[in-house]
Design a binder for this molecule. Structure first.
Ligand code: SF4
Length: 329
C-alpha cells in the first residue's frame, strides 16, 4: 500500500504510534524511485526586499528592523559561476518580491548563468504569465512557489493583499510553460488543522508537483505572529514522508527550517523521504540578512569548503552527491 485516502492521511498525521513505520516506508519509496544520490542546489538569496506582507515572514515590507540588501546582477552572476566551478549543477535564484528585478534584468541574469552548464531554478514569487514566459525563454528550468496552505481562509489571513486564486494561477502558468514546478507548505501555522495539511498533500498530488518543500513554521520576533508557537518538527517530517509516499519520484528538499528546529534536521529528513539539499552559496555578508525566520541554519564557510562538509555529512548516512542536473526522474 503506497497511496492513502484523505482519511488515512489524517489518521497517520494524528497518530504518532505509526511514525517509525511511516518514516521507513517513505525512505524505501525514496530509495526505489529516486535512488541514493542527493542533489545539491546552490542557493543564491539575491534580494531581501519584498513588497508583500506575509504574516509569518521576517522579510515582510512592514518589518522596519530588517536590514535590506539587493545584490547587483553582475555579483549574482559571479556567485553563480563560483558555485558552478565548485560542482553545483543547479543554481536557485531566490528573492523577495522585488520590483527592481524586472523581466529584462532577470532574463539577462538567467541567460548569463545558463552559460555555466547548470540548471536554473527561480524562486522569486508571483509574476505575470509574460514574465514567466520570458524567464523560460531565457533558459530557466524550474520554478518554486509554495502554496503555503490550501486552507483558503487561513491563506487569506496569512497573506494580506494576496489571493489564493492568483497563487494557483501562477502554478498553472508555470506548468503550461513547461517548467518543473515546485510548491510546498508551512506546517504549524496558527489555526492550521491536520485536515488542511492532508488537503495540502492531496493538492501536491493533484497538480503533479515536481518538487515539494515542507517547512515547519518558525515564529519570527518582528512579525505579527511573534508570540505563536513554533511548528512541530515531527509533524513537518510526517507531512514530508507522506508526500514522498504519495508522489514517489519527485524531488524533496531537506529544508533548512527543519535544521533550525533540530540540529540534525536535514540528515533526519534525508532518511524520511528527502533527496535534495539546498546549501546557501550567497556571499556570507548577506546570509544572515535573509531573515525569513530566526536562527536559520547555514555554514560559515566558502562555497567549496561547505560543499565538502556536506559531502562528508552525507557519507555518514551512506549517501552520495549526484553529478547530474537532478531533474525529476
Ligand atoms: S514569504 Fe516571500 S513573499 Fe512573503 S513576505 Fe516573505 S519574502 Fe515576501
Amino acid at each position: 500500500m503506497t497511496d492513502f485516502s484523505k482519511n488515512e492521511i489524517i489518521d497517520l498525521l494524528k497518530d504518532d504510534s505509526q511514525n517509525d513505520w511511516l518514516f521507513s516506508l517513505a525512505d524505501k519509496v525514496r530509495k526505489e524511485n529516486v535512488g541514493e544520490e542527493v542533489h545539491l542546489r546552490g542557493l543564491i538569496e539575491f534580494s531581501n526586499i519584498c513588497k508583500c506582507m506575509c504574516k509569518y515572514c521576517g522579510l515582510r515590507c512592514e518589518n522596519s528592523y530588517a536590514e535590506r540588501y539587493r545584490i547587483s546582477p553582475s555579483s549574482i552572476i559571479s556567485t553563480a559561476q563560483k558555485a558552478c566551478n565548485a560542482g553545483y549543477k543547479t543554481i536557485v535564484l531566490q528573492s523577495g518580491e522585488d520590483k527592481f528585478f524586472s523581466q529584462k534584468i532577470m532574463s539577462e541574469i538567467i541567460s548569463e548563468i545558463k552559460k555555466f552548464d547548470t540548471a536554473v531554478t527561480l524562486s522569486i514569487g508571483e509574476r505575470s504569465f509574460d514574465d514567466y514566459k520570458a524567464f523560460k525563454d531565457s533558459g530557466a528550468d524550474r520554478y518554486l512557489i509554495r502554496i503555503e496552505t490550501t486552507d483558503k481562509d487561513l491563506y487569506k489571513k496569512m497573506h494580506p493583499n494576496m489571493s489564493f486564486e492568483n497563487r494557483v494561477r501562477c502554478l498553472k502558468d508555470l506548468r503550461t510553460l513547461g517548467y518543473e514546478v515546485g510548491t510546498g507548505c508551512l506546517v504549524g501555522l496558527p489555526e492550521q488543522t491536520i485536515e488542511s495539511l492532508a488537503s495540502d498533500i492531496l493538492f501536491f498530488k493533484e497538480i503533479n508537483a515536481d518538487m515539494v518543500g515542507i517547512g515547519p513554521f518558525i515564529a519570527h520576533p518582528q512579525t505579527p505572529l511573534k508570540n505563536c508557537k513554533n511548528g512541530d518538527f515531527t509533524l513537518a517530517l510526517k507531512v514530508m514522508a507522506l508526500t514522498r509516499i504519495m508522489l514517489k519520484n519527485i524531488n524533496i528538499p531537506a529544508t533548512t527550517a527543519m535544521e533550525t528546529l533540530n540540529p540534525d534536521g536535514r540528515l533526519i529528513a534525508l532518511q524520511c523521504g528527502a533527496n535534495v539539499v539546498m546549501p546557501n552559496v550567497t556571499d556570507l555578508n548577506y546570509c544572515e540578512k535573509y531573515d525569513i525566520y530566526p536562527n536559520k541554519a547555514h555554514l560559515d564557510y566558502d562555497i567549496s569548503h561547505s560543499r565538502k562538509v556536506i559531502e562528508d555529512k552525507l557519507k555518514t548516512i551512506g549517501r552520495t552527491i549526484a553529478k547530474d542536473y537532478g531533474f525529476r526522474k
